[in-house]
Design a protein around this ligand. Structure first.
Ligand SMILES: [Zn+2]
Length: 679
């Protein structure tokens, strides 16, 4: 030993190893450490500095017999030579007794200490150094408290909701199968060679939460195997689960750690700030613990959300985590201030109008997909649901989140504190930070004003009604606002929420465009087909005169410079006939070209200026069934003169492209182009 310390070459090797930061994300380096360097690198990663420790060798614990027996059993299994066994045994018992006394936590069989110590003893360091390593591993990496298990369940729910729900229905909590994993940093479940490699990589990560992701990968990798046990008794499944890490081979370790890192990068990290002190620093954080044990799904903090949606450029790497914010507040609250890229899903619809709600959810998913496809800054795979932040108002938000989870939606999280927290976060810069913020109608502003009025009343010796009175006041005010605006709100529901192909995606793509405002004084062009809506125009039931249509070359029309996009569609005629056709959208017109059966020839069936489209409706039950209504504005309403119906497989894309062009048209020409439907 002394010789090797005098030989400086190992220091150079160690330095270069540390300099290279052999991280597991780096394909060149596998992060494993040579046996000669392991002890030094572990000490360096764990921040262990030599310190003399006095072991008094007094074995007088109340549970000394249990501890001794457990140590004997372990050493017996090791298969070392007999003289080694004796020294290992005495080291084990001595170190654990010392530890037990210094932390004042009783030893219990299976609490992970023995298992945790063995890989460290295998380094064959002086006893004091072994102990310092052990102490460092325990204090840095072994989680304290139940919150860790709840957190693990939330992560499983986040990434594999179906598997999580399977275990939930079997009442199998992570405590039952993962406690030995977590308490021993997997040492209790893996062979010594495997755990040595895992720790090589683990300590270099220096992330105490990495444990969760290793466990997550182990469970997720056995997803099919676990789900196939659905008819087995609970205890059988628990044992199968807890035995999973024992199947790991040395050759699996690198993949395991790479995958764990992959999941770690794709998980919102707010829980780290919330729980690190509580789980690893022996601090009592009852609130953080309660929050995580009662959480419906993984929580995301405002700061993480804002970083993600405001500076998404930094997150464009394939590894990045991208959020899609879903604002669940009622329409009037949304309209009084919202994140410009948020998708609005009014959760009250869930109870009040189930069908409309379902359509709105479909709209959400397709808007998300479109935003993803377009690479828009609002396009993230990870859904963050935002409520108002007040418990009594967020029950619908929670129901909606629960329904997404029930449908096994992945990547579902909820914004801690909701809109209130966001409002507080932005503080005085709220007007610049939110779209359409209106401090007369914004609920938080109303509340803040009421609070300050209340405070001044109190300080003036007025009647203090206690804490509840301002919020009751606010309810009254909001009720009035909602009532007086109900008509407007209804319109906005159609405009913003119900129709997925309307302005929402546009707002995602270009949050700077205030489409909402421009559209505010217009009848909504896009709406869900209302069953009670009277047929506002008679169909032309008469037979079409086929010969009146111009015959053109399909390919040359598709290639026209002004054609923005082409969609397959099927014309539906009143007499029941259907035709295979194509819908072409240009900057100024929509065209429908009907296939003639001869290659490349088509008839121009519809040729309408965009300004003639006064309404696009879709059936609730058949979202691909789209009706275009043509006409012109007349007073407050519209005069509909003609209509066409289509089945469009990519209905969302089609209506989206058309809406985009109508918006552009409005931008260019203002209101000067009143509809003059011509054919
Ligand atoms: Zn406000």
């Amino acid at each position: 030993m002394a010789d090797s310390y005098n030989d400086k070459s190992w220091i150079a090797e160690l330095e270069s190893a540390l300099k290279e930061e052999s991280s597991i994300s780096n394909g060149e380096e596998n992060g494993f450490i040579s046996d000669e360097l392991r002890a030094e690198i572990w000490k360096s990663c764990l921040g262990v500095h030599s310190r003399s420790t006095y072991f008094d060798e007094i074995f007088d614990l109340p549970e000394q017999n249990v501890l001794r027996q457990d140590c004997q059993q372990f050493v017996a299994k090791l298969g070392n030579a007999e003289e080694d066994k004796l020294s290992v045994l005495s080291d084990l018992e001595s170190l654990l007794t010392y530890h037990r006394k210094s932390v004042s936590i009783p030893y219990t069989t299976g609490n992970g200490w023995v298992e945790l110590l063995l890989p460290l003893i295998a380094l064959k360091l002086p006893r004091a150094e072994t102990y310092l390593l052990f102490e460092a591993v325990v204090s840095k990496y072994i989680p304290r408290g139940v919150a860790f298990y709840h957190l693990f369940r939330l992560l499983l729910l986040y990434h594999e909701p179906a598997l999580c729900s399977f275990l939930d229905t079997k009442r199998i909590t992570p405590e039952l199968y993962a406690s030995s994993w977590f308490q021993s940093l997997f040492a209790a479940s893996c062979s010594l060679p495997v755990i040595t490699l895992v720790w090589d990589l683990y300590f270099q990560q220096s992330d105490p939460f990495f444990l969760l992701f290793l466990a997550l990968v182990i469970v997720i990798n056995s997803r099919e195997q676990i789900l196939s046990l659905k008819d087995k008794p609970k205890q059988y499944i628990v044992e199968a689960l807890s035995g999973l890490p024992s199947a790991l081979q040395e050759s699996d370790v690198h993949d395991l750690c790479s995958l764990a890192q992959y999941y770690s990068c794709r998980t919102p990290g707010s829980f780290r700030q919330d729980l690190e002190r509580c789980l690893f620093d022996d601090e009592d954080c009852p609130e953080a613990t309660r929050a995580i044990t009662q959480a419906l799904c993984l929580p995301v903090n405002v700061s993480e959300l804002v970083d993600n949606i405001v500076s998404p450029q930094e997150l464009t790497s394939a590894d990045g985590l991208r959020f899609f914010l879903v604002d669940c507040r009622p329409a009037d609250q949304y309209n009084a201030g919202h994140v410009s890229t948020a998708f609005h899903l009014d959760c009250n619809l869930m109870l009040q109008a189930g069908d409309v709600y379902k359509t709105a959810v479909q709209g959400l998913l397709s808007a998300q997909q479109q935003a993803l496809d377009a690479g828009s800054s609002a396009g993230g795979e990870h859904l963050v649901f935002m409520g108002s932040g007040l418990l009594d108002q967020d029950q619908y938000t929670h129901m909606v989140v629960a329904s997404f989870l029930r449908d096994s939606a992945r990547y579902v999280s909820i914004l801690n504190g909701g809109y209130h927290a966001l409002h507080d976060y932005y503080g005085d810069s709220i007007d610049f930070s939110l779209a359409d913020h209106d401090n007369i109608a914004c609920q938080v502003c109303i509340e803040n004003n009421a609070n300050s009025e209340n405070t001044s009343l109190q300080s003036a010796g007025g009647n203090a009604n206690g804490v509840q009175s301002p919020s009751r006041d606010i309810f009254g005010k909001i009720g009035a606002v909602v009532k007086s605006k109900s008509v407007e709100v209804k319109e906005k529901l159609l405009e913003y929420i119900v129709n997925p192909s309307g302005g929402d995606v546009e707002r995602h793509v270009k949050p700077s465009d205030k489409i909402g405002k421009r559209y505010r004084n217009m009848a909504p062009v896009f709406s869900i087909d209302d069953e009670h809506e009277p047929q506002d125009v008679g169909w032309n039931v008469a037979e079409e005169d086929d010969s009146q249509f111009e015959v053109v070359s399909l390919s040359s029309w598709r290639d026209r410079n002004d054609i923005i996009e082409t969609f397959e569609c099927k014309e539906l005629k009143m007499n029941g006939e259907t035709y295979e056709s194509e819908l072409l959208v240009s900057k100024s017109h929509v065209y429908v070209l009907r296939h003639t059966g001869k290659s490349d020839s088509a008839k121009v069936i519809v040729r309408k200026p965009l300004s003639a489209i006064v309404r696009i409706t879709r059936k609730k039950k058949y979202p691909q069934l789209i009706t275009f209504k043509y006409g012109s504005p007349q007073g407050d309403g519209v005069n509909i003169t003609d209509m066409d119906r289509f089945v469009i497989p990519k209905a969302n894309d089609a209506t989206n492209v058309i809406s985009q062009q109508i918006f552009n048209l409005l931008k260019r020409d203002g209101d000067s182009e009143d509809g003059t439907g011509s054919q």
